[in-house]
Ligand binder design. Structure first.
Ligand code: PMP
Ligand code: GLN
Length: 414
């Protein structure tokens, strides 16, 4: 381990004696060490490793190219036009209208822009505000598929509820419906689904989505669905859970401009659902950030109104990138679990001696000049062994970067 400076060591010591909700949040995310200190997230750790070693960063999921220039130009224009003060609490009216139009155009969903949608600081705030707003106490349970996006466990812990997980197993990463049914009980307050799924790349089958709705109805649970990769499904068009019979009245649908328009730093997200649930979420959200991103909001409205070719083109370009990455990983000796959607390809490193994917990923920048994330970062401590050989690679990079990464990884095969 690297030598710690005296003041850094001291600050960690003080950290370990500071009481507060940070502690259960860190513990929920699996970042609290036995000595009471807190580790950085895997994304921060691996992006720092990439910066330190000059390795190609296929860890944290962010594109290395800008999105549509008309959307970028709209943000510049909005700044020039003076959209630089607080926007309305629910969001800029033009963006609220554009979200509503988008949901009707792609999915046939009717969303009242005045009462049934709010703009948030990314999908992350929409998720955290929704969980904080709707969890009522330590006996409430939130059911999620595991592996899960890291903020889920952290936010559920912050909100003070219990996480119940249903495993997704390679190769298809679809849940076992009996295990799903067993996990949902009258204690279940929320079923939290991410589709297309980070990190596995799964797109859930119609029978899985229908079972989520059936169980939510039976146990009177709310469905929160994180659809940030909605336009990045490769084989079939995306089906929002809210379109299923009986679902809309109990579903909060979350998405974000980050992935759809390659603008992850803009942090413009949204959540829509029944007016009463949205008011509950707004009540919490307004004390987290109040509002955000006034010049970016009208720009995202421009993006959401782009023609169909933009959206299908984005999905097919990313599918091609996954193929390049997948070919490189196979040539290097990985077993590849080709994704059905989203930014990430999961590969099994066992044949390369990577039975402990966390150790494998920590060594990979020096060994091959590539950064990736172990799937164990997305699972609870009890299940880490089951995902020990699996590694997540981001495909949302320029083709030449993926080709260079593939040729570097090929060195592992020799
Ligand atoms: N949910 C999932 C599944 C994600 O992968 C991400 C980020 N990549 C987010 C939520 C967060 O989205 P945002 O950056 O809009 O907060
Ligand atoms: N969602 C992105 C990922 O999964 C970025 C996450 C983050 O940096 N918090 O890589």
């Amino acid at each position: 381990m690297a030598k710690m400076s005296f003041s850094y060591g001291l600050s960690l010591f003080f950290m370990s004696v500071i009481p507060g909700a940070w502690r259960r949040t860190a513990a929920g995310a699996g970042l609290l060490a036995a000595d009471g200190t807190v580790a950085p997230t895997i994304f921060a750790e691996m992006s720092a490793a990439a910066a330190r070693t000059g390795a190609i960063n296929l860890g944290q999921g962010f594109p290395d190219e800008d999105g549509p220039s008309i959307v970028l130009e709209a943000a510049r224009q909005a700044i020039a036009d003076g959209a630089n003060q607080y926007p309305p609490g629910r969001g800029v009216p033009d963006l609220l209208a554009a979200i509503s139009e988008h949901q009707r155009r792609f999915y046939g969903l009717e969303v009242d822009p005045a009462t049934e949608v709010i703009v948030t600081a990314g999908a992350t705030e929409a998720l955290t505000a929704s969980l904080l707003a709707l969890i009522d106490g330590p006996d409430d349970e939130v059911v999620v598929f595991e592996p899960y996006y890291d903020s889920y466990a952290a936010a559920v812990a912050l909100a003070g509820a219990r996480l119940r997980t249903v495993p997704l197993r390679a190769p298809g990463f679809q849940p076992d419906l009996d295990q799903l049914a067993a996990a949902v009980t009258d204690r279940t307050r929320i079923i939290l689904v991410n589709d297309p799924h980070n990190p596995t790349g799964a797109v859930f089958g119609a029978e899985v989505l229908a079972e989520v709705v059936r169980l939510a109805q039976r146990h009177d649970a709310i469905i929160i669905t994180d659809e940030v990769y909605e336009h990045l499904a490769f084989h079939a068009t995306h089906t929002p859970i809210a379109t299923l019979p009986g679902a809309a009245e109990r579903t909060l649908t979350i998405s974000s401009a980050g992935k759809t328009f390659s603008a992850t730093g803009w942090k413009i997200g949204w959540v829509h659902g029944p007016a009463a649930l949205i008011t509950a979420v707004l009540t919490v959200k307004q004390y987290l950030t109040y509002v955000n991103g006034s010049p970016f909001q009208p720009a995202v409205a421009v993006g959401l109104r782009l023609d169909d070719a933009y959206f299908t083109g984005a999905a097919s370009a990313l599918a091609r990138k996954h193929e390049i990455l997948g070919d490189g990983l196979r040539a290097a000796g990985f077993t590849v679990h080709a994704p059905q959607g989203g930014y990430f390809t999961v590969a099994d490193a066992t044949a390369l001696g990577g039975t402990d994917a966390a150790a494998f990923c920590r060594a990979l920048p020096e060994r091959a000049g590539v950064v990736a994330i172990p799937l164990t970062a997305f699972v609870s401590e009890a299940r880490r062994g089951e995902y020990g050989g699996l590694v997540r690679f981001a495909a949302c990079k320029r083709v030449e970067v993926l080709e260079e990464a593939a040729s570097r990884l090929a060195a592992l095969a020799v």
